[in-house]
Design a protein around this ligand. Sequence first.
Ligand code: NAP
Ligand code: MG
Length: 479
Amino acid sequence: MTRMIIAGRQVDAHDGRTIDVVSPVDGEVFTTIPRGQQADVDAAVQAARAALEGDWGRMTALERGRLLLRLGESVLAHHEELAQLEARDTGKPMSTARGDITVLARYFEFYGSAADKVHGQTIPFQKDYSVQLIREPLGVTAHIIPWNYPAQMFGRSVAPALAMGNASVVKPAEDACLSVIRVAELALEVGFPAGALNIVTGLGEEAGASLSRHHDINFITFTGSNEVGVLIQQAAAVNAVKCVLELGGKSAHIVFDDANYKLAIPAIVKGIVHNTGQTCTAGSRLLVQRGVYADFMKALADEFSKVRAGTPDMDLDCGPLVNQAQFDRVNRYIAKGLADGLTVVAEGGIADGVPAGGYFVKPTLFSAPTHDSSSLLTEEIFGPVLVAVPFDTEADAIRLANATDYGLLGAVWTENGGRQQRVARGIKCGQVYINGFGAGGGVELPFGGVKKSGHGREKGFIALEEMSTTKTLIQFYGE
Ligand code: NAP
Ligand code: MG
């Protein structure tokens, strides 16, 4: 049984209730977590507020930065243990889980060394006035994170918040929260004061909802579904607090007839099967110029059909989906694709010997005659399902790339420099890759969506601005 972290202590839910944690690999329960509710959220928010008024709030930026750096070191020292936990909880291949833990450490390194480098400004004003713009923490920050990359999302969300001197309350997803809890334990070990970082586990509609509408929080960051994102924004509106929303995407690769196949094909396959397609930035649409469509799809199909799903220890291209609901959802989409008349161009496989109760699906590559032939081209599937469609001109490519409600990422594959810029600038989204896709964790790179992919920016220095506020000091120094 795992416990949550409130006010520097490992605790059960106030009423002792728990939730079973199910392994995606075999569908069996392997541990329990506390089912935190309003009373537990109240305790966590109170602990965070007390930390701001106590030791944590008095620390200098340098001291906070040092603690974050120490936490980064501790994550690296516990790298294998954390990777095993992450893989057990999510079903990811071990190498994916290991990569995720490295990125987690990187968040603490990046923001630990940035903490004391956020400067204020002086502003020229009227005669005999000195005006300073100083940065201050927002206060108690609430972080509701999903199950697809629990460790990475935790680092992405919490490291900049702590660097800026906020005190945080985190509600991880009930499906995958073990690594997050372990890192919060490590934070206490390396010297974070009690209450600076609290973890409340529980159900989204209980602990998550209680946290997002709590009257004493000052900021919410949320990554997850659009449906819940709307609820979060409504809750933030009631308390007039700022929120950052990252709500997924339907990101398109655009492959022109001069694209470098050798670069593009492995990146496109990885971009949809990595993490079993359960990635907000998955490249889940493929637009290919008509002249090379047949040829490109044939080369892609060869590569795609080599993909294998297996258990974490098999360490193949991908694992199972996270839970029964996601398994049903992805299978529904595959059935819908067939019913809509899409052609299956290639399928990956499921390795021999995976347990019978696991949530494994066959990665599937579809071809569609036109972009409007199926909802699979516009809705987020969150599974290893890629749909390709041909286009004719550069203008068509941009129009189709923008033909969904989402706007998170895009990728342009062409050797033509002018076209690279025109298309990259034409796609309405928060990040565009040119002749590459999703390389590395991108801790340094501002990230976020437009349209229904959400608003606000995370990662990079910009997150330090999102997770702080300014105060203007206006001083008259004349006589
Ligand atoms: P979800 O419900 O939006 O879950 C995301 C987080 O929000 C989890 O921590 C969840 O807790 C919490 N939550 C749920 N209901 C809440 C509420 N009423 N108030 C406050 N917090 C709440 O997502 P899901 O149901 O797990 O997945 C459904 C779909 O969402 C996926 O298929 C995918 O399309 C999308 N999704 C996107 C991302 C992304 O990275 N953008 C991540 C996950 C899911 P519990 O999980 O404990 O309920
Ligand atoms: Mg949920």
